[in-house]
Every structure is written in C-alpha cells, then in structure tokens.
Design a protein around this ligand. Structure first.
Ligand SMILES: CC(C)(COP(=O)(O)OP(=O)(O)OC[C@H]1O[C@@H](n2cnc3c(N)ncnc32)[C@H](O)[C@@H]1OP(=O)(O)O)[C@@H](O)C(=O)NCCC(=O)NCCS
Length: 147
C-alpha cells in the first residue's frame, strides 16, 4: 500500500513548495516567486503534490497548450529522502491524466540521468535538443510522449 497520497496543490502550499524546490534543484534553476505562485494559482494548469502526513514530499506542475494539443510538464521534484519509491512516476501518471492532451512534452538538463531514465521508462522519447537553454549553458533535451 502507498505511504503517500496525491492531492491538488494550491497557493497555501507556496512555503512547502519553495522548500521542496530548494532541496531538489541547484540555486541557478530555482524559479522566481511569480513563477511558483503562477503554477499554484493560474487556471488551466495542473499542480499536484505528493503528501506524507502534512508534508509535501513531491510536486509536479503541468501546463496546457490546447491549440496545439500539447501538455507540458513544467516541473517535477521529490525530496531526496523520499526518492526511489515511485512517487515521481505516480505524480507523472496523474499529471498526464489531468493534462488530458494527446501529446505530453517536457525539457530536462541533458546531464540529468535520473530524470531522463524516469521519463524514458514512462514512454517518453527525445525529440529535440535546445542548445545552451539552461543557466550555465547546458543544453536541454526535449522529450515527448504520445498518448
Ligand atoms: C528525478 C526525480 C523526480 C525522480 O523521483 P523519484 O520519486 O525518486 O522517482 P521514482 O521513484 O518514481 O523512479 C521511477 C523510475 O525512474 C528511474 N529513476 C529514478 N531515479 C533514478 C536514478 N537516480 N537513477 C536511475 N534511474 C532512476 C528508475 O527507472 C525508477 O524505477 P526503479 O526505482 O524501480 O528503478 C528525483 O530524483 C528528483 O526530484 N530529482 C531532482 C529534481 C529533478 O531533476 N527533476 C526533474 C527535472 S526535469
């Protein structure tokens, strides 16, 4: 049985989301205040958290581009001490369902093997490379899944 639950996040989760982002991403990849608030409040976005007790241990964000029939996974993170329990996989499955579009895409640092392994396991394939996309000059890989 799962020891965590998946819940819809909202603006009250801002403080916990900030802590989670800091635990998951290097300083140069942290989102500014308005991006985090936007993810937690804007309409037509998916925001799901994995919760143990009252603690947010994982988060995923998704954005719809209805015109193109594409959903984008915008962020995904799981606290280090809760990794390798399938939490990211579960968040990703729920996010894909909630985006409910035929194509799901995301971008990831080319060196981020754990995330790329996760996405490939979930059926994503590399469709593009954005050169020097990230702060520091690292390329992004763009991955896609057709549902
Ligand atoms: C990437 C990340 C979200 C994975 O979270 P997680 O909850 O540990 O992932 P899961 O337990 O659901 O892993 C599912 C599968 O993904 C793959 N995977 C996950 N982490 C991996 C790792 N470190 N190395 C290799 N494969 C990995 C495995 O196939 C794993 O299945 P297994 O545990 O049965 O081998 C987490 O490591 C993280 O938060 N990293 C920092 C933030 C980040 O890079 N986010 C992605 C940005 S695009």
């Amino acid at each position: 049985m799962r020891s965590y639950s998946i819940q819809v996040a909202n603006w009250r989760d801002y403080a916990q989301l900030t802590l989670l982002e800091r635990a998951c991403f290097p300083p140069e990849d942290l989102w500014p205040f308005w991006d985090l608030i936007g993810t937690l409040t804007l309409p037509d976005m998916v925001r799901l958290k994995a919760v143990v007790g009252v603690q947010m241990v994982g988060f995923i964000g998704g954005q719809r581009d209805e015109n193109r029939g594409v959903g984008w996974v915008t962020t995904l993170g799981v606290l280090p001490e809760h990794r390798r329990r399938g939490i990211a996989l579960t968040l990703l499955e729920h996010c894909e369902q909630d985006l409910n579009l035929p194509i799901i895409r995301l971008s990831v640092r080319a060196s981020n093997r754990p995330a790329i392994c996760l996405y490939e396991r979930q059926g994503y394939t590399i469709i593009n490379r954005w050169e020097k996309y990230y702060v520091g000059g690292e390329d992004a890989l763009v991955l896609e899944k057709q549902r």
